[in-house]
Each structure stands twice: as C-alpha cells, then as structure tokens.
Design a protein around this ligand. Sequence first.
Ligand code: G3P
Length: 244
Amino acid sequence: MLILIDHANIDLIRETLDYLPIDGVTTNPTILANEGGDPLEVLRKIHSVLPEGSQLHVQVVSHDRESMVAEGRALRAEFGKHLHVKIPVTHEGFAAINMLASEGIPVTATGVHSTLQGFMAAQAGARYVAPYVNRMDNFGINGVRVATEIHQILRTHHLHADVLAASFKNSDQVLRLVEAGIGAITAAPSVLAALVANPITDVAIAAQDADFARQVGGEETFSDLIALAHQRDQQSLKVAQPEL
Ligand code: G3P
C-alpha cells in the first residue's frame, strides 16, 4: 500500500518525509493555489525534495480532452516518469484518460464520488482511481464504503488499477480503508501525523524513561553504559596483565 502527502507546502512536506514512510505527493489546483506564487515553481520545489522514485500527482486544469492530454504530456515531460497526471472524471476527462493511458502515461482519475465512476475510470485505463472519501461523507454518501466497493470491483475484474483514496478528515476513515486492503491513500500532513501520534504512548514512554533514569542515576543511555563498561574492561585488563 502506498501512502502519499496531499499537500503542497514545502516545509510540511519536508517535515513529513523526514519521519514517515511516504511514497509521494498529490496536489490539486486548490492545494497549489493555497501556497501562492507560481504553481509550476511550487511543483518544481516539491519535486526537488522528493526521494528518487517517489510519485508526483498533478491535476490538469484544462476542460477539453485535447488540452487535457496536451497538459498531461507537458507535465510528464517536465517531471519525468514518476509523474501521474490527474484527470477529473468529467465527460471530457473520460476521453482524456483513455487517450493518455493509451500513450502509456499513468493517469489518476480524480474527483470520484461514486462506485461506478471509479469502475469506469479504471476501464478507461486509469492507473489510480481517487474517491474523495470525506467529501462523500459530507454529502451523506458513505465514502469509505464507496472506496471499498471500487477496490473490490477492480480486483473482481482484474483491472490494472488501484484505489488512491483522498479527502480524509480523520484517521478512522484511513483505518477502514487500510483494513479493506486498498492500494493507496493520500492525506494532509496533519492527518498522517494523527496516524502515528498517541498521547498514551508518550505517557508510557515518559514513565519508562523516569524509571531507568532513577536506576542509573542520571540521563545515561545504553551508548553511555556500553562505553563506560568498555573503559572498565580495559582498565581491569591492564590490572590483570601489568606491563613488564
Ligand atoms: O486532491 C483531492 C482531495 O484531496 C480533496 O481533498 O480535503 O479538499 O476534500 P479535500
């Protein structure tokens, strides 16, 4: 399963890459607009900090199929083989998905709000299908259920496509999809941080640290204790074998 960052802030991306197992970054026009400045320069900066082999998903902003395909090709030429072109599942988008996929360019079908949209996008050749989980929840549609149904249908029909679930607001939505075995999720750094942070962990480790410090009488770690033990061993060897 892949875990991606759904954000364009370079500091937050760096911070998240620094400690979590991350496979890439996804963006959309709103995410890029939130950063201000030239969106291409923002993307270049993100690309420059991503580890080799990481995916970068960028959404086209054209509306007709020919322009979407032209944008997809341009993005691919700019960012290389790990660039995935995000195409919205509109009428023209479906045609563009098919055209780009037939050129071997990986497409992420985005803005998916129903199981059938997801299935049809995979049939059209999308490599990833991105259901907007929380946005569906906000409209009274069970987003986790739709994402899970798409995943199951992709497997039933042996389609070479995976669900890349997006739009999360809490870690329980993520957990339900991890349980279902979906291929990938993308979430904001704050949601990703909530997947691993737990105040009860902090309390438990603080108590263990205090017990250990009391026992050794200070802040020594095992590195210190091992170095001290080696020093003692050397000294006792010298005592046992005095130089002649
Ligand atoms: O990239 C699309 C998706 O992440 C939208 O998320 O948070 O705007 O619902 P959000």
